[in-house]
Structures are given as C-alpha cells and as structure tokens.
Design a protein around this ligand. Sequence first.
Ligand code: ADP
Ligand code: MG
Length: 217
Amino acid sequence: MNTPALEVRNLALAYDVVFRDGIDLRVESGEAVAILGPSGCGKSTLLKTILGAVTCQVGDIEIDGQSVRQLPIDKRGVGIVFQTPMLFPHLSVGRNVSYGLERQGVSRDLARARAQELLAWVDLDGYANRSVDTLSGGQAQRIALARAMAIRPKVLLLDEPFSALDDDLRQRLATETAEKLRAAGVAVVYVTHSRDEANAVADRVIEFNSLGRPVTL
Ligand code: ADP
Ligand code: MG
C-alpha cells in the first residue's frame, strides 16, 4: 500500500481535554478530506496540531511516512489558510506570497518568479505590487492560498477559508479551489461547518460530533 501524504494516528488530548477518544486520519496526495462539525468540536485544534502549533499528549502525525511530532512548524511541509486572510499589511501582495520562500533562503528572484506563477494560479495575475488593503475579501483569501502553496507543501490545511464571504462567492471559490488543489496533487484537509461546502470540495467527508468524536455514518 502507498504511504499516505498525511497519517494521523490516535491523536488525543489537546489542551488536556479535546479529543478524548483519539483521532485517526489518512489522506493521500491529491486527495481532499473535509472535516465537518459544530462549533467547538475541535476542528481548528486538529488543524493546529497537524501544523505544529498545538501539541497533543497522545498519538503521532506522519507526513510522507516520517513522524513530524518533534518538528517545528516550518519544517513539516504543511501550509495553512485560516478563516481570515491574515496577510502581512506592510508587505505587497507579491511579497506576501513569496514570504515563506524568502524565509527558507530562496533567492529574491526565484521567490518572485514563484509568486508570479502562484498569482496566475489564483487568477490574480498582475497584483504583485498592490497593497493588501486594496483587495476584496475573496481576493485576500486567494492570496492567503497562494502564500500557503508557495513552499510546495505536502499537506494543505484550510480552516473555514471562505466562511466570511457571501454564500454564492463562498460556494464558487470553494469549488474552484478544490479543483486547483486536486490538480496540484497536494493532500488537503478542509474544515467547514457547511455540509454543502464539504460535499462540494471533498472526496471524503469526516463528521465530528460536539465532543470531537468522529460520527460513524
Ligand atoms: P472548532 O474549530 O471546531 O470550532 P476549536 O478547535 O477551536 O473548535 O476548539 C475546540 C475546543 O478546544 C473548544 O472547547 C475550545 O474552547 C478549546 N480550546 C480552543 N483553544 C484553546 C486553548 N488555547 N486553550 C484551551 N482550550 C482551547
Ligand atoms: Mg474553528
């Protein structure tokens, strides 16, 4: 059997209390899994644990078959898009996108070229020199997506990425994004509280109950 891009094994006890039963999750490259569940059930906590910003007392996380438990955020090959874009206000749109690469020591020219490529990928060609405060909500989230993809992550986490947008735009961006990510071959974990959105974006939907336990359908 192939090694999955992401394997979460018996992950339990974030903040001492969330996920009492242990979470298991396996996502292949090019596959998108949606996590659906009510507010407070632990969706964001699960993503932050995979990212490396929260530690669980129990369990392991493997990326491409290697445990990342001891690795810091920037060594895991994981990208994340939050509910709000959280762009750096003092950097241009292009520098926001190339930020992760510049931090890795990639030359300014290469980072700029990769940013151009990603701006085209999110249909915002020509936006590199703009200030981030000129962007609409939907545009800003697409820039956040481009920024997260700049480092060519193995695993991309999206935490209710379009929930602040109007329904029509949310559904459209969610569907377009899922297509792009599938074509990019990254493993995707997509958190949402909308069943429609989950069904639209994901190959597989995992539903949590209010206690953070997977619901067996
Ligand atoms: P969701 O994203 O599904 O709405 P969260 O993962 O944000 O839920 O929160 C899950 C549970 O973890 C909630 O009970 C929340 O209060 C708790 N929690 C979230 N962040 C922290 C924290 N920093 N310290 C302690 N408990 C937290
Ligand atoms: Mg959340």
